[in-house]
Design a protein around this ligand. Structure first.
Ligand code: FES
Length: 148
């Protein structure tokens, strides 16, 4: 865990999260390092992988409060598939590698050649037959965790 993450953890321990966390973090970091880091919600979880932490109360991710909507974060398409469930898959299509996967009408879809995938990433037609890598999601309060 590097110094940047230690500072982040410290700020989190103060009870800050989402936009307010990044606002404080950016102010503490100086503007030169803020531009990219402020948009990256990835958190180092200490060796077992990374998590994307999406605060659904922030304007950036509030689309996910509505079933059928999706956002794209760090190359991962994250969709609200029902009142209680989310799904996350890679944005990179397994057909010919186009970075175009979106969520549409209850399934993941690549407009390049029409590949279709279910919410778990399983292929639904021939162009989608190789499936998509999917990632576990977990909603805790208003914080959506995606393990990547
Ligand atoms: S690259 Fe996605 S359908 Fe062909």
């Amino acid at each position: 865990m590097n110094e940047k993450m230690n500072r982040m953890e410290f700020l989190k321990s103060l009870g800050l999260k989402g936009a307010s966390l990044f606002a404080v973090y950016c102010a503490a970091s100086g503007l030169s390092s803020c531009v990219n880091e402020s948009m990256d919600p990835t958190t180092d979880t200490g060796g077992t992988g990374n998590e994307l932490l999406l605060d659904l109360t922030s304007a950036t991710y509030s689309k996910l409060n509505t079933v059928g909507n999706y956002v794209i974060v760090s190359g991962i398409v994250i969709a609200r598939v029902s009142e209680s469930a989310f799904a996350a898959v890679t944005q990179v299509c397994s057909h010919e590698g186009k970075r175009q996967v979106v969520y549409n009408s209850g399934e993941f879809y690549c407009p390049a050649h029409g590949a279709r995938f279910d919410a778990a990433g399983k292929g639904l037609n021939s162009n989608g037959s190789k499936g998509l890598k999917s990632y576990p999601t977990l909603l805790e309060g208003t914080l959506l965790k995606v393990t990547v």
